[in-house]
Design a binder for this molecule. Structure first.
Ligand code: DGY
Length: 446
């Protein structure tokens, strides 16, 4: 953990520093998430980063989205990583490891991984449109992107929702964006493999840039690579792949983000003169399915559903509150969620208070305050939760999420994530993190 900044900072200072972080990570058509740990373009990062560029460089904001969608596969999938040729060899798993080269349906001019990530693009586009300096000039961009995002949602509602439930499944922890939640450990309790035989040889590069206690453990990486190996062997798309595939999870935040993006796309569609009936249907169906299948009445929170074991995964994480973003919970459930956020599970106690919002509940057996997704506060999660709470008319609680986030950045700098305990607080992971900077910019423009 690191405390680079001890002087209190004004909002003007913060803005200036945030812009400097984005500028520093700019690679031309897109901005990498961090200087050395993540040297390519990542999917949901690109969406948040676009929001950071929008107020000062709208062209760059559009370019982030265009560059990402250059990696879109013909079936609609938008990859988790679009690799930069210039930075090849600097990240594991790199382009070659994924074995996507030459696969049918994969774009010829982009190097990509074979997974996807949360579909933030619809709501990012809506927020970009609000900031377009000249909407007439920007219209062709939005028209193009609308079709691309629609294709992505269609992919998620068909290939990732084979029974038409309205819930897309993820096939790898990396697809959730929250790679290292204890939730995945619970799912893996019933997945048996031999790390010696079933995991190909690999060499991590993340530990060259970040201390091991901040990053996933070796057992977690073995699982990640075990799954990638199954996927790449099947060329990612044989329909029979999913029959025996061991990791298929319907996750609440992934689906809430998709549902919220459907709503945002409806607005965009209306502006473009499109028929938005399908988007409405998806939005309503997903919100209903989130409530019917992912609500855990005992814990008063949404949880993941393991499609292989046909059971809920009872782990309390910040992702379980995110259906507020798409308007899924009714008033009773919304009150239980907001109460949870304010109880010791997320707020800590008077003796040991916590910044909002820990990624994993503070009392979860898998909680670790400084390890990747096992507990730290993430600025993108806080930013989405802030908007979710405003939707439910909770301005004071929303303001707490915003204020906690800005205070963490002011005290420690633009870190990837932060220790949630107020008595130990500090930045973790990599410094100069693009979406932390981008979302600070978005907050300060409001
Ligand atoms: C990483 O390398 O940890 C990335 O999050 C994978 O997407």
């Amino acid at each position: 953990m690191n405390d680079r900044f001890s002087e209190p900072k004004t909002e003007t200072d913060l803005l200036k520093e945030a812009r400097r972080v984005l500028q520093h990570n700019l690679l031309g058509a897109f901005t990498k998430p961090a200087p050395s740990l993540y040297p390519h373009q990542w999917n949901w990062d690109a969406g948040f980063i676009a929001l950071g560029w929008a107020p000062t460089n709208f062209k760059q904001a559009c370019s982030e989205m265009t560059a990402l969608f250059r990696g879109q596969w013909s079936n609609g999938m938008v990859p988790q990583i679009v690799f930069s040729v210039k930075n090849s060899g600097k990240y594991f798993p790199g382009y070659r490891f994924w074995e996507t080269q030459g696969l049918p349906g994969k774009p010829r001019n982009a190097r990509t991984s074979g997974l996807t990530m949360p579909a933030v693009h619809g709501f990012v586009l809506q927020r970009l449109l609000e900031q377009a300096p000249d909407v007439r000039e920007a219209r062709p961009f939005f028209r193009r992107m609308y079709d691309r995002v629609l294709l992505l949602h269609d992919y998620l509602y068909t290939l990732r929702d084979p029974h038409g439930e309205g819930l897309a499944f993820i096939c790898h922890p990396w697809e959730s964006g929250m790679d290292n939640l204890p939730t995945w450990e619970t799912v893996f309790e019933t997945i048996h493999f031999d790390p010696e035989k079933d995991v190909p040889a690999y060499e991590r590069m993340d530990l060259q840039h970040v201390d091991a206690p901040f990053r996933p453990r070796k057992e977690s990486y073995d699982r990640y690579i075990y799954l990638v190996n199954i996927l790449r062997k099947s060329h990612y798309k044989k329909p029979e792949l999913w029959n025996d595939y061991p990791f298929k999870v319907q996750e609440p935040m992934f689906n809430a983000i998709l549902s919220h993006s459907n709503e945002a796309m409806m607005e965009l569609g209306k502006w473009l003169g499109k028929d938005t009936g399908q988007l409405r249907e998806w939005h309503e169906q997903t919100n209903k399915a989130i409530n019917d299948k992912l609500w855990d009445e005992q814990r008063g929170v949404y949880v993941s559903f393991d499609l292989v074991q046909q059971r809920q995964v009872p782990v309390v994480t910040a992702a379980g509150l995110m259906p507020l973003l798409s308007g899924a919970p009714d008033q009773v459930r919304a009150e239980r969620l907001t109460a949870l956020l304010q109880n010791p599970k997320f707020s800590g106690t008077a003796e040991n208070p916590a910044w909002l919002c820990a990624s994993t509940a503070l009392d979860d057996p898998g909680f670790d305050p400084s390890r990747y997704w096992r507990g730290p506060v993430w600025i993108n999660m806080n930013w989405m939760m802030y908007h979710a709470l405003l939707r439910y008319n909770q301005p004071a609680l929303a303001a707490r999420l915003r204020d906690d986030s800005l205070e963490l950045v002011r005290r420690h700098g633009f870190w990837e994530y932060y220790n949630p305990w107020k008595k130990q607080s500090g930045g973790c992971g990599t410094d100069q993190f693009s979406w932390t900077a981008a979302l600070v910019i978005d907050w300060l423009r409001q």
